[in-house]
Design a binder for this molecule. Sequence first.
Ligand code: ZN
Length: 331
Amino acid sequence: MSRYDEEARFDRPKRRTRPRTKDRPSYDDAVEGFVITRDRGRYTCWVEDRRVTAMKARQLGRKGVIVGDRVKLDGDASGEQGTLARIVEVLPRTTLLRRSADDDDPVERPLVANADQLVIVAAVAHPEPRTGLIDRFLVAAYEAGMRPLLCLTKTDLGDPEPLLSIYRPLGVESVATHHGGDLTELREQLHDRTSVLVGHSGVGKSTLVNALVPGADRAIGVVNEVTGRGRHTSTNTVVLQLPDGGWLIDTPGIRSFGLAHVEPETLIHAFPDLEELAADCPRGCTHAIDAIDCALDEAVAEHRADPARVASFRRLLASREGRAADYLAGS
Ligand code: ZN
């Protein structure tokens, strides 16, 4: 038995009952880290300015540790070759990006913790923007508690206005970029934030990543995730440190999200003005376009709500029901 196993055994609770607070070990000396990779039970954590390899302490049980988690590390956190620290605590998550089980993957998966922003990369032309997919990414962002940012690419090849006008009623922030163009505005939006980038292939996401992070091929962390689409399909989540501060998490494998877990109440929570109006809805109202006596209809009729905003919110609600596979086609 290795020394690490012995340590893990040592701090296992003696009784099967949940230990009372006063019995829990104290980790006052533990250092804090940020999980950047996960590979077969080994985690790479970023601690101050170094990488520390760690394993999960036994007392965490089945609790998952995912990319983006803020954790407390015990043991040897020097990061020196051959050392192994232990993750003894996962700090409460501020956001959680996840996807439901869908046709491609029968398991609900937490993807990234504590990211502030979901950057939805979409081309204004070549390929034509797919608003159904953008809607689904927006729902995922709102459900996760993340701020969505629409990053339009190839604005030298088409007019961004038609797409922007679709998302304006929702109040989604946007930046426009094109190949070789100025990225100042985008850099400002990414500064000191942890951003997850999503978008289907061909929109220029990789080009953006390479422009934002010189030497992006030297990724800080690469996570190999085996998806449910067959053991041979793996995707790499890449964690990159932005030169001016902040983190970029590129998720080449995420082209869609199963959204079955998203309740209408969760989604409307991202729109406080609509949520307030919906306080007058019948119990269990779905707020959908065909919902009976939905207070949103009354608010529109009485000019207390912007019809375009209500319609946009309802379009997002409906986008949850699309089969994920429909949006993968042709990507
Ligand atoms: Zn309603």
